[in-house]
Write a protein that binds this ligand. Structure first.
Ligand code: SAM
Length: 280
């Protein structure tokens, strides 16, 4: 029995359900329920909120979210071996945990959760960035979610919060920070996980802004940023040549020297350039 919820400790759950971690599913489990409760608290006030959790595994973070007062958790897990353990948690919290055995990339969650919901996950490394990009690029803004609290490899976390001039600054930083406030709220060493991964991890908290920081057409902005960082060592007048005619004049109209490189341009600068390009 554990103090947090009276359910068995996670080591017992893993042993009883024979949940030997599978590398191809990105399985590095958190077994310390004090730690998972801390991650749940980093998601903010959970009372009255629905939560999406991707990849609950044996349910450590799921239990943290429920113990911290989430109204409802929708947990999507690909590995069918985890279903029995998650079923035990669902019985312990009647009506508050819905489990889907499936691929998070395929499930339409809008039918299961009340917006604005929160997303919290210790993400499988192989689909983590793809899910983040999807959550950051909905058809309309503000999105259905209000905050994302996500565990990543430390290097990915640094790419999300990077500032102009940082070595990690690039597409992900601009995508994340254009319409959300992003910060690293926790760092974890490999030993926090079972089995221990090779790299350090970090939890990033992203809060959706009601509107983008600076106006820009999302498709044009995405094109400009992709072209700029695809050849990040090149000057913008060369890397953006294929994006629009007369790119030197457009860069100048946006207040950006054509000899600059993408890694030094602020989000405001990229948005201004996207607006100049939109004017034609
Ligand atoms: N949340 C658990 C924890 O913190 O201990 C497990 C985290 S583990 C890093 C990632 C989990 O995501 C695994 O349980 C894995 O089976 C699951 N997973 C991997 N790919 C998935 C996908 N495409 N959709 C849903 N779950 C997935």
């Amino acid at each position: 029995m554990t103090a947090i919820d009276g359910l068995p400790p996670l080591r017992e759950v893993i042993r009883d359900h024979d949940l030997v971690a599978k590398k191809q599913l990105g399985q590095n489990f958190l077994l310390d329920l004090n730690l998972t409760a801390k991650i749940a608290r980093a998601a903010g006030d959970l009372a009255g909120h629905d939560i999406l959790e991707v990849g609950p595994g044996p349910g450590g973070l799921t239990r943290g979210l429920l113990a911290e007062g989430a109204r409802k958790v929708l947990a999507i897990e690909k590995d069918p071996r985890c279903m029995a353990a998650l079923g035990e948690i669902a019985r312990h919290y009647p009506g508050r945990l819905e489990v889907i055995n499936g691929d998070a990339l395929d499930v339409d969650i809008s039918q299961h959760l009340r917006a604005p919901y929160k997303i919290a996950a210790n993400l499988p490394y192989n689909v983590g960035t793809e899910l983040l990009v999807r959550w950051l690029t909905p058809k309309e803004w503000p999105p259905q979610w209000d905050s994302l609290t996500l565990m990543f490899q430390r290097e990915v976390a640094e790419r999300i919060v990077a500032q102009p001039g940082d070595k990690h600054y690039g597409r992900l930083a601009i995508l994340a920070q254009w319409r959300a406030q992003a910060r690293i709220v926790m760092s974890l060493p490999p030993e926090a996980f079972t089995p221990a991964p090779k790299v350090h991890s970090a939890v990033v908290h992203l809060k959706a802004l009601p509107a983008p920081r600076y106006s820009a057409d999302p498709a044009i902005l995405s094109r400009v940023v992709a072209a700029g960082f695809n050849q990040r060592r090149k000057m913008l007048r060369a890397s953006l040549k294929s994006v629009a005619p007369d790119i030197e004049a457009k860069l100048e109209a946006a207040g950006i020297a054509p000899t600059e490189r993408a890694e030094r341009i602020t989000i405001e600068g990229f948005c201004k350039l996207a607006r100049v390009i939109a004017e034609g």
